[in-house]
Structure formats: C-alpha cells, structure tokens
Design a protein around this ligand. Structure first.
Ligand SMILES: Nc1ncnc2c1ncn2[C@@H]1O[C@H](COP(=O)(O)OP(=O)(O)OP(=O)(O)O)[C@@H](O)[C@H]1O
Ligand SMILES: [Mg+2]
Length: 358
C-alpha cells in the first residue's frame, strides 16, 4: 500500500462561516502538490487540518489507509515549515536541527552525524554553530527545512516558506526544494499565493477559491486549460470579453467585434465569457495577413509597452478596449515600434478559451 493522503469532503467552520468547504483531494505518496489561491481562500486552514493544528468540522483525512482526524500533530509525524522561519532563537543551527530528533528520542550517538548530513543537504554545515539571528532569511529557511526533514518524515507541509525572501533567493530556493523533494521522494504539500511559484515547483496544483477547490491538475493544464474564468484570471494573464456564440463566431455583447472562434457545438447560442492570453495574440505589422480571418484582425494604437526581458508586453487600444499582447523582445525590436504607432493584431480562432457563465 502506498502512503497516500486522502481528503474527503473536508470542511472547516469558524463560527457560522466556512473557511474551507467540501475539499476532496488525493495526494499520492512522493507527490509535490501545491495549494494556490488568493489571500483568505483557505490554504493555511487546509494545511493546518492536515497537520493536526486545526480540528476538522466535517469530512475525513486518511493517511496510509488510516483516518487521522483525531491524531495530534506529534502523532501524525509530518514535517512542517512555516512562512516565518520559526527557529528557536536561543538555539544554534545544529541544535535547531537536532530538536525534532531529540523529541523522537533519536539515538544520541548518531545525532551528530544525522545533523551534519542534513546541514550538508541544505548547504549549511559551516554555519552549524551560529544562531539564527546571524543568518540571512534564506539561510534561516534552509535551517527550517533541515529541521523538518531531520526525523525523516513521509510528508512535509510548507506554508508560504519563501514569501518573506527577496525575489532572487526565492527562485533559487524553490528550485532547491523541488530537487530535494525529488531526491528524497518525500511527499510535499506546499502553500503559496504566487501562481508562478506554484506552476514551476509542483507536480499538481490545487487552485482554491473562497474555501473550495476550483481545479486540480498538472501545471501545464492549469495554464492551458483552465476550467473556469476564475482560474483563467488567477493563473497567468488573459484578455476577457463577453459575447454570444453563433454560427462559428463570437459576437461581442456591445457589437464592437465579431470574431471567428473555435468552440464546441453544444455551446451554440450561449452567452459566454471568452479569454485569450496575451501571447496567443499575433502582431501582424510587416506580415502577410491576407489569408487570415478578416474579423479577427484588429488595428489599434500602441499606448504602452513594457520590457520584461524575454518578452515585451504591449497595450494596444482598439476602440475603447485595451488589449494586452506579449511578443518576443527580438521580434518587437525588429518592428521598431514606438508609442502612438498603429498596430495590427490577429486573434486566432483557436486561441480563445470559452467559459459558460454559471
Ligand atoms: N482562527 C480563525 N478564526 C476565525 N476565522 C479564521 C481563523 N483562521 C482563518 N480564518 C478565516 O478563514 C478564511 C481562510 O483563512 P486562511 O488563513 O486559511 O487563508 P489563506 O488562503 O491561508 O490566506 P493567506 O494567503 O492570506 O495566508 C479567512 O476568511 C480567515 O479570515
Ligand atoms: Mg495562509
């Protein structure tokens, strides 16, 4: 039997209101799963119920075939890493890492070598005699990770462990956490509100919205096939519009545009929300557009462009609408565009995501 963690109809109520409602989720042994969503959507509450710090109002959590609802955090033996480093300030690095081992009555004669092994894993052996206050934020979070790993838990729970760190360290450390997880084969459940972090680090992403799970999938599917407008909006960027699907076209509600759009025939005549990502829109300046759908070609004024490294984000004003378009910097530079220039855009029929309004 593999050590899966299974949440069935798990809910948490504070007073009369649900912080988490009806969460069903199977986390496989050795999987890296991220809970993603905006502030207040219930990520921490879900993680705390898994950890045993929060009682479960309804539903069951099963681990390795056994219901763990009634177990204390100590009995669950999951490793935990929080946003704030939560190291013991009066203990040195090696003592912090040894803490969980002592609690577990780890053999004294093996303690030193285990602590050294863990500090090697996180690259901090030479700092073992320092106190937390003598370390940078990134180093402190590495110590917290080593401390969580020390008792060799099967599951590690991490609540926004990188959010207090600066951008560069965050990207470096998240890659390290991912590599470590893969190497050790430990199950990780990771909480973040940062969609880029979630997509880059996870085997699967759980997108939450006001206490409920909106979508669970591998990162590329979450990005390419969001199942709701909420997920399409929260993950990455999108240009949205409302309209009616008719005879292979999308008639925008205010009649400004009629786009040719690929859609499932079951959606005929429905009023929907359509979304197209900035990178799916093509800039046609200097390109032959004669064979393209004429209704999907729009001309407008370049009002802003922002250099983002590999890509440039353009804001093009068409009528009273502002459309975001991403293009490769090298292609943008070739076109020698300036603010105020006319830009012709192509919105390909297969570039639209369609969401029925619930
Ligand atoms: N101890 C508590 N008592 C009452 N309400 C609570 C308690 N803890 C959380 N809540 C409420 O539950 C909801 C979910 O909170 P939670 O901390 O799980 O959100 P989160 O997704 O982790 O947000 P953030 O990204 O800000 O950390 C919020 O509306 C919050 O106010
Ligand atoms: Mg939280």
């Amino acid at each position: 039997m593999t050590k899966d963690l299974v949440l069935e109809k798990v809910s948490k109520k504070f007073g009369d209101s649900y912080a988490v409602r009806g969460v069903d989720l199977v986390i496989k042994d050795g999987e890296f799963v991220t809970l993603l969503g905006p502030s207040g959507c219930g990520k921490t509450t879900t993680l705390r119920m898994i950890a045993g710090f929060e009682t479960i109002t309804e539903g069951t959590i099963t681990y390795n075939g056994k219901v763990i609802n009634g177990l204390t955090p100590q009995q669950r033996k999951f490793g935990i890493v929080f946003q704030s480093y939560a190291l013991f300030p009066h203990m040195r690095v090696d003592e912090n890492v040894a803490f969980g081992l002592k609690m577990q009555k780890y053999p004294k004669n093996k303690m030193d070598s285990r602590v050294n092994e863990l500090l090697d894993i996180v690259g901090l052996r030479q700092h073992k005699k320092k106190y937390p206050a003598e370390l940078s934020g990134g180093m402190q979070q590495r110590v917290a990770l080593a401390r969580a790993l020390a008792p060799n838990p099967d599951v590690i729970l991490l609540d926004e462990p990188l959010s207090a760190l600066d951008a560069k360290i965050r990207v470096k450390l998240r890659a390290e956490i991912k590599q470590l997880q893969a190497k050790l084969g430990v199950t990780m459940i990771y909480v973040t509100h940062d969609q880029e972090e979630a997509l880059s680090i996870s085997d699967r992403v759980v997108v939450m919205n006001q206490g409920v799970v909106e979508q669970v999938d591998i990162p590329v599917e979450i990005y390419k096939k969001p199942t709701s407008e909420y997920v399409a909006d929260f993950v990455g960027s999108n240009n949205f519009c409302n309209g009616v699907l008719k005879n292979g076209t999308l008639d925008i509600i205010d009649k400004t545009f009629v786009f040719k759009v690929d859609y499932d025939s079951s959606l005929e005549s429905q009023t929907i929300t359509a979304a197209i990502r900035p990178e799916r829109i093509e800039v046609m300046n200097n390109r032959d557009s004669s064979k393209l759908e004429p209704g999907n070609l729009l001309t407008g004024e370049l009002i802003v462009f922002t250099f983002l490294g590999l890509i440039v984000r353009l804001v093009v004003k068409v009528g009273d609408k502002e459309i975001n378009v991403d293009m490769l910097e090298k292609n943008f530079t070739k076109l020698k565009l300036s603010r105020g220039d006319q830009v012709t855009l192509y919105l390909p029929p297969d570039g639209f995501l369609i969401f029925t309004n619930k």
